[in-house]
Ligand binder design. Structure first.
Ligand code: SF4
Ligand code: SF4
Ligand code: SF4
Length: 314
């Protein structure tokens, strides 16, 4: 009998659901063993009854063995949906860095809700000023953006923005076979073929806006490590995985772009900002050259790591 799978998206962009589809022909193979019983990104399933008349009053998600959730938690509706998934699914998988570490949406945690609503509804150059929309037009906003495990228990974490389809496949197959998935545990640097000449020569880094020169005739393995070129590559403090399992170079490095850290910290509870500053300090690189420090938590600002600096505006 096919294993029932439910999928939900919370504070997310749907890129993680596209990554599931990017399994391609493998998905057809996997679909012989699993059945998606709920997936708002692809299936029209109403939470409160199929007629659109709210014929039931409790949010309803079908029972499933595996629940896959993308996105973090930003409002009360997300909490309700996440809790319903937890009640109805035996195993919860946090899919993507928004779910595992807050992802890009958690950048908002640098600002208070008051500052956010002022900016969006009253100070934007393109919007006529008006009051904050209230529930039910907009679900009640939480004080900040949360990773999934800050609100419900999570059994398996699949970081990545989005996760590489190889690891989604590995997670599904492992769950079907009743074993622990074999997922990358090292850093992006550990999978990077660039030339490392050693530390000590570099004293400062450029800003995050620069890329390396792209020469289509030179393989990435002939390029010097971007960090050693003075580009703030976050490979040392970022979980490997974006290269998939076929041994290619990390995705951004292939494009001669420094890693921005989209798989989150190497260890799940790591702090990319602190780890990066520590790594620079131990290489005698001037920390003052990192001007945009919150960028170091661009993908992992949940769990209270990025905080509002606003005084009196909460
Ligand atoms: S992890 Fe990336 S792809 Fe997935 S929902 Fe978040 S922003 Fe989108
Ligand atoms: S710092 Fe960047 S370029 Fe250098 S080895 Fe690590 S991932 Fe590759
Ligand atoms: S190189 Fe870094 S930012 Fe780019 S895809 Fe890989 S983990 Fe993400």
């Amino acid at each position: 009998m096919a294993v029932k799978v439910a999928s939900e998206w919370l504070n997310s962009c749907s890129g993680c659901e596209i990554a599931i589809l990017n399994l391609g022909e493998t998905l057809l193979d996997v679909l012989e063993q699993i059945e998606f019983v709920h997936m708002p990104a692809l299936l029209d399933h109403k939470y409160f009854g199929q007629k659109g008349e709210r014929e039931i009053h409790k949010l309803e998600i079908p029972k499933a063995t595996v629940g896959i959730i993308s996105g973090g938690i930003r409002n009360e509706e997300h909490v309700e949906v996440a809790e319903a998934m937890r009640r109805n699914c035996d195993i919860i998988v946090a899919l993507g860095t928004c779910a595992t570490h807050g992802g890009i949406p958690a950048l908002i945690n640098q600002f208070s809700n008051a500052a956010l609503f002022d900016r969006v509804y009253r100070e934007s150059e393109t919007t006529d000023p008006h009051e904050d929309p209230a529930d039910p037009v907009l679900p009640v906003t939480l004080d900040r953006s949360y990773a999934l495990d800050e609100k419900i228990h999570v059994d398996l974490f699949l970081p990545g923005c989005p996760p590489h389809p190889d690891w989604i496949e590995e997670a599904i197959r492992a769950l079907l076979e009743g074993r622990a998935p074999q997922l990358p545990e090292k850093s992006v640097c550990d999978t990077c073929p660039t030339i490392k000449e050693g530390k000590g020569k570099l004293k400062k880094l450029h800003r995050f806006t620069r890329n390396a020169h792209f020469d289509a005739n030179r393989p990435v393995s002939a390029m010097r490590c971007l960090l050693e070129q003075g580009l703030p590559c976050m490979g040392p403090v970022t979980r490997a995985g974006c290269a998939g399992r076929n041994g290619e170079a990390p995705q951004c490095i292939r494009a001669r772009v420094p890693c921005q850290g989209c798989y989150g910290p190497v260890k799940r509870d790591g702090n990319q900002l602190l780890d990066y500053l520590n790594a620079l300090a131990s290489n005698q690189i001037d920390l003052a050259s990192i001007i945009d420090r919150s960028t170091l938590l661009e993908f992992s600002g949940a769990h209270g790591l990025l905080r509002s600096k606003a005084v009196g505006k909460q």
